[in-house]
Ligand binder design. Structure first.
Ligand code: NPW
Ligand code: ADP
Ligand code: K
Length: 477
């Protein structure tokens, strides 16, 4: 499981390691991990190492020593205030040069790859003129640039567009991922991100954060299992409430997704005929939405897709029944604040999240992890803030999903997600496990479809791919 750390949490971890006398060995581990990873990606390369004055620079200096031991030819440019202990140990084996723009330009051409450790989680804008000039020089490189922990100039916690930052080919994140590795636009500066160990056990680092990635190995364990004698009455039921004139496709997609996720029985209700709902579904037509209160619900409910103005009242009515419920789309309104219970899952996209938080989309996107936590605090239940990537919050924990792709930016994709999650709720999963497994499976199904349809993939393709994605997940494919 990849932990996600903010710069404050890194600071707290550093502080504790320092108090326990472990900081030095940790920096040694970090530098060694970086060197070994660089060696794997760029064997036999000549490496230009640039080291700033903080611990990010110390990592670079230690990495340089290990690169030498791994047989690389290296040139090290170190800031005059670079970590002196590490520098002295390196200088036993090689000389180093001062860190200036001229030196960067001079040595860049003679090397195959640049390893930069200028600024890490300790960076606070604005960039000094000295570092700005160094970053500009590095960005002129025609050679691959590898960043230690994060691209220098990017703020670890804020995924906004940096004013000026290293454009890395590859980034080796240390100890945990930082928000800047996960969310656009900042993540674009990191290139390919790989998480490296700094030799601190995950269980220990876990004290400092309650945010991590959704792991396939966890989802595997949570997904429902079926007995040989299963029948449609034992395989879970879902009831979809949604649709209005001209907007019935969402109900068709949610019901299809619920069936494709394994629900034994899928029903739907609307005040208009739902065209194109799968033949396997049962329709309970309504004259008026108020009839919802008398429907004989069983299993899970998904409410809101395409329902229109009345969605919030219908959702409130359903929430009072304390059923396992997915609240989606039009139902995601401020009147539902505080109404989520332990079996509720809210599934806003950033626009709906902004409406629920009474803010704007830019604010939500500037801190998706903060936004999903605030939504959970205000609304209760489990909150799924959709996006690339999706974040999920329960009262205690926040997750970032690892599956999915930009081909999924297509209408109806959220309706399919709501159907998948409702199906898992109906099959007996807790709200937490249904939300996490549903989001992961949805993305994984999307990834299978992407191979075939690329940007042309449709929401219904994803629904049809849930079974294959589930199968692949269970069989470790
Ligand atoms: N627990 C872990 O995960 C471990 C983390 N480790 C590593 O430590 C890194 C964090 O180290 P860190 O705290 O020393 O910060 P870092 O990023 O090197 O920057 C601080 C320096 O930058 C400077 N500086 C700041 N802003 C600036 C600006 N605008 N313009 C110019 N300069 C600016 C600032 O200078 P000052 O402002 O103090 O003069 C200070 O000297 C982390 O990313 C990881 O690589 C590992 O070693 C092992 C364990
Ligand atoms: N770039 C992307 N990467 C990963 N997942 C994505 C991406 N774009 C969209 N998705 C997923 O597709 C779904 C879109 O949901 P939503 O915006 O509610 O669609 P709709 O309202 O059309 O049904 C979400 O689950 C989202 O996470
Ligand atoms: K860096």
């Amino acid at each position: 499981m990849a932990l996600i750390l903010t710069s404050q949490q890194v600071k707290a971890l550093d502080q504790t390691l320092s108090e326990k006398g472990l900081l030095e060995v940790t920096v040694e581990n970090a530098g060694r991990s970086v060197a070994e990873a660089l060696h794997r990606h760029f064997p036999d390369s000549r490496v230009l190492v640039v080291a700033g004055k903080g611990f990010n620079g110390a990592d670079a200096v230690v990495a340089a020593r290990h690169l030498l031991a791994l047989g690389h030819e290296i040139t090290v440019l170190a800031h005059q205030e670079a970590h002196q202990d590490s520098l002295k140990k390196l200088q036993v084996f090689t000389k180093t040069f001062p860190l200036t723009v001229d030196q960067v330009r001079h040595h860049m051409a003679k090397n195959d790859v640049v390893l930069e450790g200028l600024l890490g989680t300790g960076f606070q804008p604005p960039l000094s003129a000295e570092y700005a000039a160094l970053i500009e020089a590095l960005n002129m490189s025609l050679k691959p640039v590898v960043s230690i922990d994060l691209p220098s100039g990017v703020r670890a916690d804020v995924p906004e567009r940096p004013e000026l930052a290293v454009r890395a080919t590859r980034t080796f994140a240390l100890a945990g991922l930082k928000p800047c590795h996960l969310f656009e636009p900042a993540s674009e500066w990191a290139g390919e991100t790989e998480l490296l160990s700094i030799g601190v056990p995950g269980q220990y680092t876990h004290q400092f954060t309650s945010t991590h990635t959704v792991e396939p190995s966890d989802v595997q364990q949570w997904l429902p299992r079926r007995n040989q004698n299963a029948h449609k009455g034992s395989a879970g039921e879902v009831w979809v409430l949604g649709g209005r004139s001209g907007m019935t496709g969402c109900v068709a997609l949610s019901t299809l997704a619920a069936l494709r996720t394994g629900s034994g029985l899928v029903r739907h209700s609307s005040v208009v005929p739902v065209e194109h709902a799968p033949a396997e579904t049962i329709s309970h037509a309504l004259q008026d939405w108020s009839e919802v209160k008398d429907l004989p619900f069983k299993g899970a409910v998904a409410v809101g897709m395409g329902l229109g103005d009345q969605a919030e009242d219908i959702a409130a009515m359903v929430l009072e029944k304390h059923l396992p419920t997915v609240v989606d789309a039009d139902a995601l309104q401020t009147s539902l604040r505080g109404k989520g219970h332990e079996r509720t899952i809210f599934t806003p996209h950033p626009g709906e999240a902004a409406r629920m938080l009474e803010t704007d989309v830019a604010e939500v996107l500037s801190d998706p992890l903060g936004a999903v936590r605030t939504l959970q605090k205000q609304y209760g239940g489990v909150v799924v803030l959709k996006g690339g990537p999706t974040t999920i919050a329960t009262k205690q924990t926040t997750w970032v999903n690892t599956s999915g792709n930009p081909g999924m930016a297509s209408a109806g994709m959220g309706d399919v997600l709501a159907g998948i999650i409702a199906s898992l709720l109906g099959q007996g999963l807790s709200a937490k496990h249904a939300a996490l497994s549903g989001v992961y499976l949805h993305g994984r199904a999307g990834d299978l479809c992407f191979e075939r349809h690329h940007y042309g993939l449709q929401a219904s393709d994803v629904a049809h791919a849930v079974g294959p994605a589930w199968h692949a997940l269970l069989h470790g494919e």
